[in-house]
Structure formats: C-alpha cells, structure tokens
Design a protein around this ligand. Structure first.
Ligand code: PLP
Length: 363
C-alpha cells in the first residue's frame, strides 16, 4: 500500500474557532476530515482529506440497521515549545483492527492510517487549543455502507476521521466523583463485544447511566454479566483500586475494553516499583477491604479524563467513602505524570509520544 497518497481538497472557507474557555466535549469539528472507502474486490481505496461536511448515505446502509461499526478516540496536544504530539497512537490503531476483526470489518493498514491522521491534524493544527488542559480529540470510525438490510457483514465501508477541539476536563482541579454499583443492567459479557470499541456497547449502557444520573451519581460501576459479582469497568473507563499498598485492576477477561490509559498506568506503576496486579476483583472483597480500612484509593482511567478519582461508591444500603472523598496520592501522581508526558512537559522514558509536523505530513 506504499503507493497510496492522500489527496487533499482544501476547504474554501474557514469556520470560526471557539474561545478556549467555552469548549465543550465533542460539539465542534474542524475544517477537514479524512475519508477512505472499502469495496470489493479493490479493498480500501481513495484516501482523501476533504472539507468537513455531511455525508450522503443510502437509508438502507447496513450501519443504520445492525450496528456494524467501530470507533477510536485519541488526542493531539500542543507542547510548551509549540510542538504537536500524539500519545501512543499505534495502540489505538492496533485496537481499531482488533475491533474490526470482532465486527467482521476488513482490517486497515495501521501505519498508513496513522500517517493520514497526522496529515489531517497538521492541516487543521490551528484548531488545537493551547490553553492548559485543552486538546484536539481525534475520532476515527468505520461504518458499513452497503445498501442492504439483510443480516450479514457488509461488503462496503467508510473509514472517517474527524477532529474536535476539547476543553480542559478538570476546570477546577481534579475532583472525585460519586459512583453507583450497577446490579441490574450489564454492559457486556464474555463472548460478546465488550472488548471491541463498537457503538452497540454504548447504546447498551445508556439506560443504566440515565437512571444513576437521576439518583445523583456521575457514573455506574459495571459488574460481570454472568454472576454480577466481579468488577469490570466504571462508566466508559477502566478501573483501579489501591488496597493495602497494592494497586489492583480487573484482569482482561473478554468483556473488558483494554484501555491505552490502563496499559500506560500499569507500566508507570511498575516503573515506580508500586505493586500492580491484574486479577478478578469481587465487590465483596472490595467491601471487606473498606471495612478493614485497607481500601485506600479508587480511580477510573481513560483518554478523556486520564484519571478520574472515585470518592464514593454506593450500592444497596452501602456507601463507601474512599480516601475521605479526596483524590489519592497515587491517582494524583499518575494524573500529573501522564498529562506531563502527553503535553510534553515531562520526559517520556517510554517513547510514548509521537510528533506531528511537516515531515510526518508529507508522503
Ligand atoms: C475507550 C474505552 C476505555 C478507555 O480506553 P482508553 O484507550 O484508555 O481511552 C475504557 N472502557 C471502555 C468501555 C471504552 O470504550
């Protein structure tokens, strides 16, 4: 696929850029987007950057009916020196292909798509906000476009990448949230699609989220779909606990989404010689740790918030107030180091960041 080049059609007009203090998550999009088509027998073809605009898609396109689609989420950051960088983008593209495999979507050329993303980010670089904690969110996704309402894998697809400037997740400092343990609905089960980043998992999560919000909670803690005994994830984040000096996180079991942030947190903790263990964690043992006074911290991890401390965890008649409702030391260090590396304020000993510049854009 080396002979591929991305054709660029520049937008004739430039949209007004938002003020950085008014940025919300995911409501505004930049001037351009990347598109590539798949059809048989050609495969993926016609990679192009075009002005951001609505698509024309047949109402019978398969994606509208049976949810054969996948997506990714990563960010571009400005460093204090004015460099643009991405955080472990290769991990997102590998995961996109794992999701593709689960959803019977043909694989993409990871290196080529990463190049295309860099080219798009560089072209729309004026949209990367520069104030503290802001970034440009990158959303690659694939939809099945064959006009056919039979249940089968599509023979046609579109890979699209759109960009959205996003504000600081923590405007008034990193704040612990209230979480409700969900013991009615489940997000995913082993053998299902929980490991894949696919829209259906999110559709399945909305009801529980809506109900917990009505009760004043920020998110739900998901339990396993079979016994509803073991902890899986928190909202759309992976989850960690610090118990008696040890950091624990649910082991990947076929229904948990493997986060890039989760992987980075595990590597950082090992680098700091803090014991970190991936294992099955039951709600009962967590409660026991709380009663014994050894549950020291709890936090979620994901690209959007990076680290989201949990100050309260509630279910049935139980309310666990973790670390006095304050952000724990480990959560705080992880947040500072990860964002430090992402924004280029701190040395990156792992080779996690990748620069986006003129050369990465030229093919
Ligand atoms: C995307 C996602 C995560 C977090 O993944 P990151 O790569 O760290 O952003 C965790 N859980 C679910 C269900 C997700 O969709």
């Amino acid at each position: 696929m080396e002979e591929w080049t991305v054709e660029v059609h520049h937008s004739k007009t430039k949209k007004n850029k938002p003020k950085t203090d008014q940025l919300e998550f995911g409501r505004l999009f930049t001037d351009h987007m990347f598109i590539m088509d798949y059809s048989e027998p050609v495969g993926w073809h016609d990679p192009r950057i075009v002005p951001y605009e609505p698509l024309t898609i047949d109402p019978s396109a398969m994606t509208f009916h049976y949810g054969q689609s996948v997506f990714e989420g990563l960010k571009a950051y400005y460093t204090p020196e004015g460099d643009i960088q991405l955080f472990r983008p290769d991990k997102n593209l590998q995961r996109l292909n794992r999701s593709n495999d689960r959803l019977c979507i043909p694989p993409i050329d990871e290196a080529f798509v990463l190049d295309a993303i860099k080219q798009l980010v560089f072209l729309d670089r004026e949209w990367i906000p520069t104030s503290d904690g802001t970034s440009l969110y990158i959303r690659p996704f694939i939809i099945s476009t064959e006009p056919f309402i039979g249940v089968a894998p599509s023979h046609q697809y579109k890979l699209i990448v759109i960009l959205s400037p996003v504000g600081a997740y923590y405007k008034e400092g990193i704040n612990p949230v209230k979480i409700a343990v969900e013991n009615q609905y489940v997000r995913a089960v082993k053998g299902g699609t929980g490991e894949a980043k696919t829209g259906g998992n999110y559709a399945a999560s909305l009801k529980a989220q809506e109900l917990c919000a009505q009760k004043g909670f920020t998110q739900v803690l998901w339990l396993d779909g079979v016994e509803k005994k073991y902890i899986e994830e928190v909202g759309s984040m992976n989850v960690f606990f610090k118990v008696n000096g040890e950091v624990i996180t649910p082991e990947l079991n076929g229904s948990i989404l493997e986060g890039v942030t989760r992987n980075s947190v595990i590597q950082l903790l090992k680098h700091w010689d803090i014991p970190v263990i991936e294992k099955k964690i039951s709600l009962d043992e967590l409660h026991e740790a709380y009663v014994n006074g050894t549950l020291e911290e709890a936090f979620g991890t994901g690209t959007a918030a990076v680290i989201s401390p949990i100050g309260q965890l509630s279910w049935d008649d139980k309310d666990l107030f973790i670390n006095g409702g304050k952000t724990g030391k480990v959560a705080k260090s992880l947040y500072e180091t990860l964002t430090g590396i992402q924004y280029g304020r701190e040395h990156d000993p792992f080779g996690w960041v990748e620069k986006v510049n003129e050369t990465s854009a030229v093919k």
